[in-house]
Design a protein around this ligand. Structure first.
Ligand code: DOR
Length: 435
């Protein structure tokens, strides 16, 4: 069956394209992108009309399928929080056609059989492409390196002990060197545990007022500085996860100015909320690294604008009510994010911090580049992974309606403008709510 997407505003940052175009899809691939593709044109000569589904996308924006490079799918082991299927459904609702999933499962994704399990399960679900990120160390415990080559051969696209830092600098050095020799990045969760341990929120005036132990910005910045130094020494591929502080942005900016090929991501909650959101002790605002100050939010936005921060990732961290409905200190860290990520990020376009083109770069084209995925563009011959956005559609976040098992959103009852309305993966419609 062929699919003809007609009359949408097609934005493809990979080829600097922003124009009203039609897209013809067949056999899971983009066959043609052109100004006016007719049902009876060259590509249809041998087809009967019933073979073609035409979707009119006048007034809609058509972009390369969004790619979330930092998702927690929780399977295997924590299926009460999320499964590969519910996570995939949430991703598709949020406009994502690909997600890379973190290895802090049970067991951790530290060996080939777990990687293969994830790949197989995701393929059976057939909703989004799922790319496993394998652990740097066995059990993400920071002691013994995993078998990088074996994991790469099984389908891992990067290595990370996300949720925990790699404390041992010598091990981090070896991991960076080895991953780089395979052409894969290390995604670093930067946190000096000796500075952060026991903390629940950003350290500062508000934490003192609320009587909660703080996590200082320097806990994040100390390890970013260390990793930048190791990356410079080794020339390796370093990607810094969930950047949240002004100091972190400064460190990464300076490193890039000096020519280092490091990359970095932030998540929507770090440019949308400040530590003030914790004043009601809502555990849905508890996340690691924590929500910071207004100055940090400003710096994150500047970092996004000037390219210091390459990508926006959801850091989708679904948790069960039993993880969150406890005293603040005991609650799990994490915000469910796949379904609100794009709409929250579109606020950056409204605020003129990013152009729409730049936003799609950071949510599709660049993540594809960092993870070496043959994705993130709308060229003829590419996989037909496509997201259609209605920039004017208003919707109200309702945690009960989320596809994810994780209802832990601090954005409950927020009304947002702009939404994915059609998600196509591998030429198949996986989600749609077209007007
Ligand atoms: O808030 C967080 N939640 N930060 C992390 O680094 C891990 C994540 C999780 O797995 O829940």
């Amino acid at each position: 069956m062929k699919l003809l997407l007609k009359g949408g505003r097609v934005i493809d940052p990979s080829q600097d394209l922003d124009a009203k175009m039609d897209i013809l899809i067949a056999h899971g691939k983009i066959l043609e992108v052109g100004r006016k593709i007719h049902k009876h044109g060259a590509n249809f000569r041998k087809q009967t009309e019933t073979d073609i589904t035409v979707i009119n996308l006048g007034g809609m924006v058509v972009v390369p399928g969004l790619i979330d490079m930092h998702t927690h799918l929780r399977e295997p082991g924590f299926e009460y929080r999320e499964t590969i299927r519910t996570g995939s459904e949430a991703a598709s609702f949020g406009g994502f056609t690909s997600v890379a999933c973190m290895p802090n499962t049970m067991p951790a994704n530290d060996n080939r059989s777990v990687t293969e399990y994830i790949v197989r399960k995701a393929a059976a679900c057939n909703i989004v492409n799922v790319y496993p990120i394998a652990s740097i160390t066995m059990g993400s415990e920071g002691n013994v390196m995993t078998e990088f080559r074996d994991l790469r051969d099984a389908g891992a696209v990067a290595f990370s002990d996300d949720g925990k830092p790699v404390n041992n600098s010598a091990l981090m050095r070896r991991a960076l060197e080895y991953a780089s020799s395979l052409g894969l990045p290390i995604i670093s969760h930067c946190e000096d545990l000796s500075l952060s341990a026991g903390g629940s929120m950003n350290e500062g005036f508000v934490s003192t007022e609320l009587g909660l132990q703080g996590i200082p910005a320097i806990a994040e910045e100390a390890f970013i500085a260390r990793d930048i130094i190791i990356a410079e020494y080794t020339g390796a591929l370093l990607h810094i996860a969930h950047v949240s502080t002004a100091g972190a942005v400064r460190l990464i900016r300076t490193a890039k100015e000096r020519g280092l090929k490091i990359t970095a991501e932030t998540a929507p909650h770090y440019f949308t909320l400040t530590e003030d959101a914790l004043r009601e002790y809502d555990t849905c605002t508890k996340v690691n690294p924590p929500l910071r100050t207004a100055e940090d939010v400003k710096a994150i936005k500047e970092g996004l604008k000037d390219g210091t921060i390459d990508a926006i990732a959801s850091d989708h961290a679904p948790h069960a009510p039993t993880d969150k409905e406890v005293e603040f200190e005991y609650a799990a860290f994490g915000i469910t994010g796949l379904e609100t990520s794009l709409s929250l990020s579109l606020r950056l376009v409204e605020e003129s911090i990013l152009t729409l083109n730049q936003l799609i770069l950071k949510m599709s084209t660049i993540p594809a580049r960092i993870l070496n995925l043959p994705k993130g563009n709308l060229r003829a011959g590419a996989d037909a992974d496509i997201t259609v956005l209605d920039l004017n559609k208003k919707w109200t976040v309702d945690r009960a309606m989320l596809r994810s098992k994780g209802k832990n959103t601090p954005f409950h009852q927020w009304t947002l403008k702009g939404k994915p309305v059609l998600t196509i993966m591998g030429g198949g419609i996986k989600y749609q709510e077209l007007p």
